[in-house]
Unconditional design. Structure first.
Length: 62
């Protein structure tokens, strides 16, 4: 498995949230999407679509 680059400012914000840092992973969208524009996420038996918009933002739909 390869190492994913970490945004240290984002990591700091994660540490300031209610969740302990050891319970949160930071995954770059580049490694998650791997040249795709959309992917499906299954959660509790439901499928969600995560996609990159033309404005390079993320949108999650059920």
């Amino acid at each position: 498995m390869h190492s994913t680059p970490v945004n240290h400012a984002a990591a700091q914000r994660v540490q300031e949230t209610a969740l302990p840092a050891e319970l949160v992973d930071i995954i770059s969208s580049d490694s998650l999407f791997a040249q795709r524009k959309a992917l499906l996420i299954e959660h509790n038996g439901q499928q969600y679509r995560l996609q990159i918009t033309k404005q390079n933002k993320l949108i999650l739909t059920k």
